[in-house]
Design a protein around this ligand. Structure first.
Ligand SMILES: [Zn+2]
Length: 324
């Protein structure tokens, strides 16, 4: 299944959903409601509520944005938090009939759903899911969360060596972060089953004990709790007076640390495939076009790219229907 939905009207054809005509009236209604002039870019992300970034790109657009021969324009929306994206492109191809033929194309990313326990390996789809559902951190198994935290630390500290050591009897240490040319950090990972929980000072005391036994000075507590208790923060200050450097990472910090796991321009690959010219318009640093002027490669690409079995159903993965 593709990770996005595609709606289009090509010259002389009806509306197509992922390359095929709609099968049911519901599909047609959903597609028409979402498509073309009905589409207005939302100001907030429908999945995570973060502000939406909107960009416009156009070639030879007249000042009223009217459609005429040779015009081509596109709108791109992008959520910088969960990386949901959607774009719409209208292309007017000169014809001999006195009015231009129009190609319409609209694509929207679909966000993957995860059922039950979350996987113990982080990838960008899981990171996207966590950005959209902050409460889902409690759906890792405790051991799985340790591995995921190790992955997240690796992504954030590429110069450091990160080792998952969490086994029973490891004395409160789950992960080691060995800073290149610097200190070794002992990391304790706590998965709290309730999202609103507060991480108590006991966890920090355990870690401080482990730090003393390991003969190091640096520790990190990672917790899926909403925050650390006031006593914990006070204890960090006290420990600092004795030379111990302790960092605390609650769920909000963990969420921010997902940034390196997420694609910076999540929409780019699909757009580059379907309309390189528009992709170059939105991301000139990322896409190089041959200097031949007008690019028409997307016209051919529209006909051959699609999975015919990619039926649109109103599931979480489907943008049409918006069932989540
Ligand atoms: Zn979002």
């Amino acid at each position: 299944m593709k990770a996005y939905d595609r709606l289009e009207i090509t010259i002389g054809r009806d509306l197509l959903i992922n390359g095929d005509p709609p099968v049911t009236d519901l599909q047609l209604d959903q597609a028409e409601a979402r498509f073309l002039d009905n589409w207005e870019a939302p100001s907030m992300c429908e999945y995570c509520g973060a502000p939406i970034q909107e960009q416009f790109w156009g070639r030879e657009v007249d000042e009223n944005w009217e459609i005429w021969d040779g015009n081509k324009w596109a709108i791109l929306i992008n959520c910088e938090n969960c990386r949901f994206w959607e774009w719409y492109r209208r292309d007017c191809i000169p014809s001999n009939l006195g009015h231009p033929d129009e190609n319409h194309l609209q694509c929207a990313s679909k966000l993957r759903a995860f059922e039950g326990d979350l996987p113990d390996v982080i990838n960008w789809e899981l990171a996207q899911y966590l950005r959209r559902r902050p409460n889902a951190w409690c759906r890792f198994t405790p051991a799985g969360l340790e591995q995921v935290v190790a992955d997240i630390l690796r992504a954030n500290y590429r110069e450091a060596e990160v080792i998952h050591v969490g086994r029973p009897g490891d004395g409160g240490v789950d992960v080691l972060l060995i800073d290149s040319g610097g200190p070794t950090w002992l990391v304790q990972v706590k998965r709290r089953s309730k999202p609103e929980s507060v991480e108590s000072v006991e966890t920090l005391r355990n870690l401080l004990g482990a730090i003393v036994l390991h003969g190091t000075l640096h520790g990190l507590v990672v917790s899926t709790a909403d925050r650390f208790s006031t006593r914990t923060r006070a204890a960090v200050t006290t420990a600092r007076q004795f030379g111990y450097e302790i960092r605390l990472a609650d769920r909000g910090v963990l969420e921010r640390m997902l940034d390196p796991v997420l694609p910076e321009l999540a929409w780019l690959d699909v757009m580059k495939h379907l309309d390189p010219e528009a992709a170059a318009g939105f991301a000139p640093d990322q896409v190089e076009l041959p200097p031949s002027g007008r690019d028409t490669s997307y016209v051919g690409a529209q006909l051959s790219l699609w999975d015919s079995d990619n039926a649109v159903v109103p599931t979480e993965r489907s943008v049409l229907g918006r069932s989540t």
